[in-house]
Design a protein around this ligand. Sequence first.
Ligand SMILES: [Fe+2]
Ligand SMILES: [Fe+2]
Length: 372
Amino acid sequence: MVRPITHLKKIGIERILFRKGVSEKELIKFLSFLITPVEEIKHAPQEYISAAGIKNIAVGKIKAPVEDSPDQSEEEKSELVHYKESLKKLSQLLDGLINNDTVDNLNLKIIAKDIMENLKGGYQLFSKLKQVKSYDEATFVHLLNVSILSIYFSHKLGFSRDDCLDIGVAGLFHDIGKLYIAKKIIQKKDKLDLEEFDTVKSHTVLGAGILLRHIDSLTMLPVVVAFEHHLRHDLEGYPKLSFPRKLHVASSIIEICDVYDALTQRRSYKRDYPPEKIYEVMIRDKGKAFDPKLLDSFFKAMGVWPRRTIVCLQDGRIGIVREENEDDIFSPVVEIVNGGPKELIDLGVKKEIKIKQSLNPLGEGKDYINLI
Ligand SMILES: [Fe+2]
Ligand SMILES: [Fe+2]
């Protein structure tokens, strides 16, 4: 199968800009150009686009410099560029929203679709995303991660394509209220005092209020998710409800992805959150913070050790997780990487071999980071 991003590269497109006001007609013309076989394309993409009268879509090469690493494959480089582009688009979009500009729902859906097409299987790419730190607006990174993860998870749950996109868009906005709260509180590393904690908690109501102003273009789902994502399954979270009610399934999905991403980010600078610990911490809250069935499905989709995790087996061999095993989340397919011929072991079949623990790619696993 030709990956869409590879096809775009072949015809010389590394970036696509959708301007506000792009019409359905322009989109159809543009899409028909995109599906033209490479051999039939005689002109530079931008020339075709201008000749076709498409005014609100521009294409070209990436202008932003990309950190080159000899260890990255072409595919990974494109994914990284794509992630960074999405991050930029997202920050522009959120800026617009905060400044009370109108929100172009079509544009949003295209971003979410773009993420879905190109990064659906790539959540694990995040282990390599420390390179993105130049944009380290932590909230933006978190919003994009949660969006990608929630699209991936809802796709695994069997939701329709449209529902996955809607959930992804709600994921993009779930913490938008935080952008209204003073940075010094949001970024504070020390323990928050009670008043500060209450201010942080208000991001749910604040966010829902902001999104409510854009309900015509955004629909109700992002409003509901912004309001509900800290409520917890047992409704013991915040904000307090006057009448108990069941959470929207999108809120329960995003709540799981939200906590998972937050714990994963902590891991980048704290050793005490390896994947097995994240699993342990989250499973402890099964049925309390998290919907029990959804939490089980989540770890079926991700595995305890997601793809690209460096693991040490009980027999001392080092491997990299290549595929999760939905029937036994502790027994993925692992590629052995320390010495000898490359060997893929399906731990679901070879039950006698077990994973002992994961290795921190920035610590004791750093010798294997180039292989992930
Ligand atoms: Fe939140
Ligand atoms: Fe969040």
